[in-house]
Design a protein around this ligand. Structure first.
Ligand SMILES: Cc1ncc(COP(=O)(O)O)c(C=O)c1O
Length: 458
């Protein structure tokens, strides 16, 4: 028998009509109270697509972008004078804080001496040695972003193994290279965006995270150069590895002669040696970026001595490099000096202990507020990083995550928080606590959440 009773539509327990009316009210308040940002955006449309210098800046949010006037520590102020506690931390690129004093001073000092020489400076050596201590991989190369570190790491693995295929986990994000911008469709990986060539996914294989059997099957043909993964997936909420999953991954990759690349671009918020050190992982390559130089552009990849040897030209007389790497501005003097300052003075054991404690205070606070207001939502817990799961069970893979994702609710939450002085994270960034955050910032955030939940449940 069919049930014909009309039930009110809900999102994660909230009636759709309530969401819609709150959204109308908060969107209007957001727009009306930001006339200077609005005017700059209008003017900017004349010279930049979508009115921003990088189009992603509008695609991240459903509300119009705001223009920033200045920032300090864990906060920034827009051109209309609104000040925000920042939990987006620039999609994990400002974990060191918005203007970490040690980095600012080092950058000013180096700028007076020279920004770029296309030659090494001693700070590069200091940084490589420090990264070796942190990650237990002895050899390092530098790029300008995490994406480019992943591009070179994958090229190196293909070169060394002589194999074409790269294996990644569903729900991953490692940057905007063509062959990673693909989605599964009709049993193959097809372009996920216009402009990506039809063949982009030809040499990529995807399997679900936390599924050793699927992984074993995908590695079985012996054509996989490397598996690239984050230690916990962070671009799908947070998906933590099941107990034993990393051990199975390492054993299977070793058995099949496949290299293991661990991407620590985001999970470096977990500790001085990232989540790799926390979990005792043994990758062949580690990739880094985002805040490794205190938000000055820099990417890095570390590798075993064996892989590093392949950079040497087999025939010294040949004009061609053994392996294609590098870019004119990669490893420039400014970035390397900034990285030394960030690693030496900001990304310290003490800072990680403090951000982990504040991260736990945030996650505990989120779950407690939700429970008290009658929502069965969960909070992600990854040291400084938290996040929302709009249901009682944390995801184990990308399908679980997509099943509990509520973009309409999340959008409303961002606008609501922005109207009350909190720059809430996009779904793939947290909220996360930066080195510059204080307990009072967390309390402000939780008070805002409580008010929000109160209105949702009213
Ligand atoms: C895990 C991971 N790796 C790499 C990247 C690429 O970083 P970027 O855009 O700074 O090159 C991202 C970006 O979000 C990421 O989440």
């Amino acid at each position: 028998m069919t049930d014909t009773t009309e039930r009110p539509q809900t999102t994660a327990g909230v009636p759709a009509s309530r969401l819609a009316s709150l959204r109308r009210r908060e969107d209007a308040r957001f727009t009306e109270s930001r006339p200077h940002s609005r005017a700059l955006l209008e003017r900017a449309r004349g010279s930049m697509p979508n009115g921003v210098p990088m189009s992603w800046m509008v695609e991240l949010y459903e509300h119009p972008p705001i223009f920033v006037a200045s920032g300090e520590g864990a906060t920034f102020t827009d051109v209309d004078g609104h000040r925000y506690f920042d939990t987006n931390i620039g999609d994990m690129s400002t974990f060191c804080g918005i203007n970490p004093p040690a980095v600012v001073e080092a950058v000013a000092r180096q700028a007076r001496r020279g920004l770029q020489y296309l030659l090494p400076i001693e700070d590069a050596l200091w940084v490589a040695e420090d990264l070796t201590r942190r990650f237990r991989l002895p050899q390092w190369q530098f790029t300008l972003s995490a994406t480019l570190a992943n591009v070179e790491a994958i090229r190196l693995c293909r070169f060394v193994t002589g194999r074409p295929v790269v294996l990644m986990f569903e729900g991953k994000y490692h940057g905007h290279a063509e062959e990673w911008l693909v989605d599964p469709k009709d049993g193959a990986l097809r372009p996920a965006y216009p402009g990506v060539p039809p063949s982009a996914g030809a040499w990529v294989r995807h399997v679900p995270f936390n599924d050793p059997e699927a992984l074993a099957r995908a590695l079985q043909p012996g054509d996989v150069a490397c598996v690239v993964t984050e230690p916990a997936l962070t671009n799908c909420g947070v998906i933590e590895p099941d107990p034993g999953f990393h051990q199975a991954l390492r054993a299977l990759t070793r058995r099949r002669g496949t290299l293991l690349v661990i991407d620590e671009a985001h999970t470096l918020v977990c500790g001085p040696g990232g989540l790799t050190a926390r979990l005792g992982l043994e990758p062949d390559v580690i990739t880094l970026g985002k805040f490794i130089a205190g938000s000055v552009p820099l990417g890095a990849y570390g590798m075993t001595a064996g892989l590093a040897q392949r950079f040497a030209r087999p025939d010294p007389a040949s004009p061609r490099a053994a392996f294609a790497s590098g870019g004119t501005l990669f490893a420039n003097a400014l970035s390397m000096t900034a990285a030394r300052a960030a690693l030496e003075h900001v990304l310290t054991e003490e800072a990680y202990a403090r951000t982990a404690e504040l991260g736990a205070r945030l996650a505990d606070g989120i779950e407690e507020r939700c429970r008290r207001r009658g929502f069965d939502w969960r909070a992600h817990r990854l040291f400084a990083r938290s996040g929302y799961c709009y249901g009682p069970a944390l995801p184990r893979n990308a399908s679980d995550y997509h099943a509990t994702m509520r973009p309409d609710l999340y959008h409303l939450m961002r606008v609501y928080f922005a109207n009350r002085g909190v720059w809430e994270a996009i779904g793939t960034a947290g909220p996360t606590v930066s080195v510059a955050a204080a307990p009072a910032d967390i309390d402000h955030y939780l008070a805002c959440l409580d008010e929000f939940l109160g209105e949702l449940s009213a």
